[in-house]
Design a protein around this ligand. Structure first.
Ligand code: SF4
Length: 352
């Protein structure tokens, strides 16, 4: 057992106790806030989440309506995943089953990082999380009913979600019943995008069923950069992450590597990312520029935002190195897509 105390770049100190349990190292931690304000910290966190328009679901999940969901509802553009893979943003629920639990404290993360540790001690049932998340999402959309910019057709479609983005915040693979949650969504004809930081390969190895599309964030091209940018709370995060890279080729689902790129910090490192992507053999690789918003403002500066053109240039060089095809981009999201086979980029939703 090791007791460690550290301060993240987001100025949150945590008392952390590492406990080895089977092959997962859990951390039971308390934020400095919690230590200083024991008794009412939950209320404080709830207030922050509410202020940021999250809807808390049960004991450890949350929903937040995405900017692009609102945009597409109003007849505007959907998110880049619509352009790349064909999802409909106005039918997408953005949620997490691990709102206050993560294995990292990424410096580029724009979400509130009031993480309590790496263990969800009292887990809600997946049926409950799914039903209540959809209910919460619909409730958050109520104000759009009757909005003159929202067509009747779009409104009605929005009440019948077809996608769930299991991302939002936290590390979703910390929820031990994630596979059941994905299975229930599939049963309802809902596709799932799961975004993980790859620090828990032992969960991905056993995840059944796998999501429609599995995202792994690859933002640490070397061990030193990994540790400084992602601030892992797990002692063996780098080794675990590398296990995930080597595991990916064996996982039978659509796989995406997402490079979140922070200028002068983890970008460009073209050769290092090329070597990692070659091992992981993803179907798709998204290169996305860091955006200076939200909580990340405390850690990084505007100068750390790479230009869209530099992202495209990087992406094209990566494609050339790997034998992938440069396929698409969205300038306002500073993101580009390269594919092993561009004809497979669009999802066949009839097969969900
Ligand atoms: S996939 Fe992500 S960005 Fe796109 S609509 Fe859903 S939550 Fe928003």
């Amino acid at each position: 057992m090791l007791i460690d105390c550290f301060q993240t770049s987001a100025q949150i100190s945590r008392l952390i106790i590492f406990v080895k349990r089977e092959d997962i190292t859990y951390i039971y931690g308390q934020s400095l806030n919690k230590q200083l304000n024991s008794g009412n910290v939950e209320t404080q966190y709830e207030q922050i989440y509410k202020k940021q328009h999250y809807s808390l679901v049960g004991k450890h999940s949350a929903v937040k309506v995405c900017h692009w969901t609102k945009s597409e509802l109003r007849g505007g553009e959907g998110c880049y995943k619509g352009t790349f893979y064909g999802i409909k943003s106005h039918q997408c629920v953005q949620m997490t089953p691990a709102v206050s639990s993560c294995t990292e404290n990424c410096s580029f993360c724009w979400r509130f990082q009031g993480f309590d540790g790496m263990h969800i001690s009292d887990e809600d049932d997946p049926e409950f999380i799914l039903e209540e998340s959809i209910k919460a999402h619909k409730k958050l959309l109520t104000g759009f009913k009757g909005n003159p910019m929202v067509s009747k057709e779009k409104w009605e479609e929005s009440q019948d979600p077809k996608h769930i983005a299991i991302s939002l915040t936290g590390e979703p693979t910390l929820y031990s019943r994630l596979g059941e949650f994905i299975a229930l969504a599939r049963k309802r004809g809902i596709s799932t995008f799961l975004v993980t930081n790859g620090t828990l390969p032992m969960v991905l190895e056993k995840l059944d069923p796998l999501p429609t599309q599995l995202y792994v964030t690859v933002a640490g091209p070397t061990k030193a950069v990994f540790n400084s940018v992602l601030n892992p709370a797990l002692g063996n995060a780098w080794e675990n992450f590398n296990r995930t890279l080597d595991l990916l080729p064996s996982l039978d689902t659509r796989k995406v590597i997402r490079h979140t790129l922070v200028k002068d910090i983890n970008f460009p490192f073209l050769e290092e990312y090329t070597a990692m992507d070659r091992r992981a053999e993803p179907d798709f690789i998204e290169s996305k520029g860091y955006v200076h918003v939200g909580a990340s403002i405390a850690n990084l500066s505007q100068d750390n935002m790479p230009s869209h053109d530099s992202i495209v240039d990087f992406s094209k060089k990566l494609a050339a190195n790997l034998g992938y095809v440069y396929t698409a981009e969205r300038r306002e999201s500073r993101v580009s897509l390269i594919c092993k086979d561009p004809s497979k980029a669009k999802i066949d939703f009839s097969a969900i």
